[in-house]
Write a protein of this length. Structure first.
Length: 490
């Protein structure tokens, strides 16, 4: 028994993809595989670790039932429309049903050229494979919807970028790889029939509740808007900066996708940008909701002809949904942030506590993650000394904020000790700090070792639990090991 493929995308009309097999690699070796995800997908672990498994995850073997294809899509990249992108270095092997009956894509990334590779080599250096494996799995553990990593292999081949790197392939699992850009591809060539086929496909697969609506395409748009708002609010609550929110990187399923230049912010700075190519800060931390709205408008435009034959009426209907964007975002954001400071109920002016706290974390340039995590210590009778000194905790204004916050907590139903543990289950201690991800990548490139990657992967599976052995991995970077710039790493 291997992977029980049950494909659906391959049954869509041929213009949705191009059938392409992965290009074999010379000497595949398994770096890391994900046994709990394999279990969820009913893939036997012993097969996954076998030579046949490794050959499958490197693209050297095509299993029976697999119908490899590259998906076509377009996309707005940094605001500019590219009419045809597509999987240039990824190949969908097929789909299978997980133990919950949910359909999941299994895709290789870095598996060779496709019809959409343009001038690219279809390959990936090992660095981006390690980054995506680590960060996507950490996101999952942080309860943030994301594509997953099933396996990472090294190929034995060299990949040339500004210099040469060992090659790698990631096996990525997603609820679907359809993006806003997939809709834009068909809409831009005025192929409304295909936009409809694609919408029906997504509704059936991802949003079946829309079938009950009399206005199913409008209801589909609303569902995607809600899913994406919830996603971006969750990103921001842990200081995550996606880095390249182009419409081809916005998944219809509401999963985080494409971990190229992403990074977690350390000292809180709303204008933080890591990506080397984001020179104007389009995708900076605080601009993510604004960009999301812009991206959702691009999706809405593609759906107009399905929503109403009369364009004006269609625009009116869509506007009603998009007008709700900001109030809905605020509600989502507030709900998560209130939980982060231990409020399970909502009282008038509670948002002030959050806004004041955020302003203090920012003005003291304190670490975003630890500022929230360490709050719970203030509720303990005999707290242990904190391992990292936060300027926030020294601030006079913060010292005035704390008693007001504690007073407000008195109206909560739980005891302070319980609130403190609830907060620790909400505010992670360990996040994929950039310098740690980078250190794991460097160890792989320079020493062909994956020990740090494996240690971090294990640690980040339990981001809320104190692990004394790895306490130092909760610390922010120092001046010496700080990584301030990230790259798409294609
Ligand atoms: P990304 O920046 O990962 O969102 O990629 C944008 C587009 O460039 C997608 O269509 C990718 O498939 C394509 N692409 C990126 N890297 C490569 C590569 N090495 N070879 C071929 N296509 C690539
Ligand atoms: Mg992409």
């Amino acid at each position: 028994m291997t992977i029980k493929f049950k494909n659906s995308y391959a049954n869509l009309p041929p213009k949705f993809y191009s059938k392409t097999e992965p290009t074999p690699v010379s000497n595949p070796k398994l770096i890391l595989s994900n046994s709990s995800l394999a279990q969820e997908l009913e893939i036997p672990e012993n097969w996954m670790l076998s030579q046949q498994g490794i050959d499958t995850f490197s693209g050297n073997k095509i299993l029976s039932g697999s119908e490899p294809l590259a998906m076509v899509y377009a996309g707005h990249q940094f605001g500019h429309f590219s009419p045809q992108l597509g999987d240039g270095r990824a190949i969908l092997l097929g789909e299978c049903l997980d133990t919950f009956g949910m359909r999941r894509d299994i895709q290789l990334k870095g598996s060779g050229q496709t019809n959409y590779s343009r001038s690219g080599d279809g390959r990936s250096p090992i660095g981006p494979v390690i980054r995506e494996y680590l960060v996507s799995e950490a996101m999952h553990a942080l309860n943030i919807p994301t594509t997953r990593a099933l396996a990472a292999v090294s190929t034995g081949d060299t990949v040339y970028r500004d210099t040469s790197f060992p090659g790698g392939i990631l096996t990525r699992v997603a609820k679907s790889h359809v993006r806003i850009g997939t809709f834009e591809y068909f809409a831009s060539i005025n192929d409304i029939e295909s936009v409809q086929i694609l919408s029906d496909y997504c509704i059936n697969r991802l949003y079946p509740d829309c079938l009950k609506s009399t206005d199913k395409y409008l209801s589909f748009l609303k569902s995607v808007v809600e899913k994406q708002i919830s996603l971006v609010a969750k990103w921001m609550s842990v200081g995550f900066i996606h880095g390249v929110m182009n419409t081809d990187n916005i998944s219809i399923s509401g999963e985080t996708i494409d971990f190229g230049p992403c990074a977690f912010m350390e000292a809180f700075n709303p204008s933080q940008v890591f990506s080397a190519i984001d020179v104007n800060g389009r995708y900076r931390y605080s601009n993510q909701p604004e960009i999301l709205l812009w991206n959702l408008m691009r999706l809405a435009e593609t759906l107009l002809p399905l929503i109403d034959k009369n364009q004006e009426k269609a625009i009116e209907k869509v506007t009603v949904i998009l007008k709700d964007f900001w109030p809905l975002f605020e509600t989502n954001w507030l709900e998560i942030l209130l939980k982060k400071i231990g409020f399970s109920t909502v009282e008038h002016n509670d948002d002030l506590f959050i806004n004041e706290l955020l302003a203090l974390i920012e003005s003291t340039q304190s670490d975003f993650t630890l500022s929230f995590r360490y709050l719970s210590h203030l509720l303990l009778k005999n707290p242990k000394p904190l391992p990292v000194q936060l300027p926030l905790f020294e601030s006079e204004s913060f010292k005035k904020w704390v008693p007001r916050w504690k007073k407000r907590l008195e109206s909560e139903p739980s005891s302070l000790i319980d609130i403190s543990s609830q907060m620790n289950a909400t505010n992670p201690l360990y996040i994929p700090r950039n310098h740690l991800v980078e250190a794991a990548i460097q160890e792989a490139i320079q020493e062909n070792k994956f020990d740090l990657m494996k240690t971090l992967n294990t640690l980040w599976k339990q981001p809320f639990l104190t692990n004394e052995k790895y306490e130092q991995f909760s610390y922010p970077a120092t001046d010496k090991n700080e990584v301030t710039t990230t790259f798409c790493g294609t």
